[in-house]
Design a protein around this ligand. Sequence first.
Ligand SMILES: [Fe+2]
Length: 419
Amino acid sequence: MLSRRQLGIALGLGFLPPMACDADEPGAACSIVLDVESARALVVVWSATALRMTVTVATIDGRVVGRWPAEMGEAGIGTIDADGLEAATTYVAAIALDDGRVMQPHVFRTAPRDDDGRAVRLSWSADVDPDPAYDSPIFETLAAQEAELYVSLGDWPYADNPPWPDSIEGFRERHVQARGWQKLQPWLHGVSVRAMLDDHEVRNDWDAATFAAEPERHGYALQVWDEWFPRRGGTPVRYQRWRWGAHVECFLLDCRSYRDASADPDGAEKTMLGAAQRQWLVESVTRSAATFKLVFTTVPLDYGHGVDHWAGYTVERDGILDALADAATPGVLFLTADQHWFAAQRHRHGAREFQVGPLSRSPLPLPALRPGVLARSAEYCFGVLDVAAAGVRVRALGATGNVLWDETYSAAELTLRRS
Ligand SMILES: [Fe+2]
């Protein structure tokens, strides 16, 4: 973390003004850095009172790269896309609001270029509920990892906590509570985020059937999620892929927006991803030039409770795994969440999966052990990936930094093979 003086120098101010907040005020304003690439970054700010903001981005040695003004929209959210950045560089983003509030700066790191072979560190997890019942030191532990990027696999916020909102304003309030939560701020101000929604942003286990029953309410929830996690260019497509240097390409799946009802009979027609996303996934992974292809799916490939996850969509899942095995694509790793326990799992054709979460929600009872389950632990947890040419080191860490898994795999070892 940079000191206040370092931050002041970096911003060309010499010092930070006295009204600068040590942390964003819960309920008043909060901010996040999203969708960082090698040359640009989205800075997203919510304020209860401001009408306009200015974001200043500088290098840590004091060179101001630019200042971007923005209006806060109807939802109180302003977004800027800071461009012209250098790859693999640490930046400071300072946010000034026209209500006089100067928010806590963000420190973030741009992605290395696609041909840059340096080692990188990513993290991932899910499930953020500010209820004090789930208190633990996990956010301090997560911040201490100093990952360049955090991939959020959903349930942030638990917008369906009772009473389930039935208005746009009601859903917005849930995001204010979960994004502005004081405990997150030291971590969120030192990392950039890529995010996908899962179910609780809308309602528990939502699918095509629940959507059809209450389209207006589901629509409110999705509109508000899109406000709080805006995408570059406003594309309606939530699934995405991005590079993080020579050795990493990430694929973040949308396992909710296109899925058939989970209770439908499994079969050739039943889909979680929809045909377009499924084709995109297989083609993109098999053609990727990165050493490792990290496939993030908000729900696990198998071995969880019920059929809300890929266990209810086995024909589609197996078709994807078959295609990856037929292509013999090296370096494929599945990273998941949702079930509220850590698990290391092996699937069809040797596909490897690591499941983490919750960050802040109840760990759940473990179901019966199955042959593909290599290790499990029901506790607060997250994952850390250290990726270099020789391998990807996968760690799963508990709330105090206790090690649940620590193993390194070469790209050859992460090749799906038909047995
Ligand atoms: Fe959850």
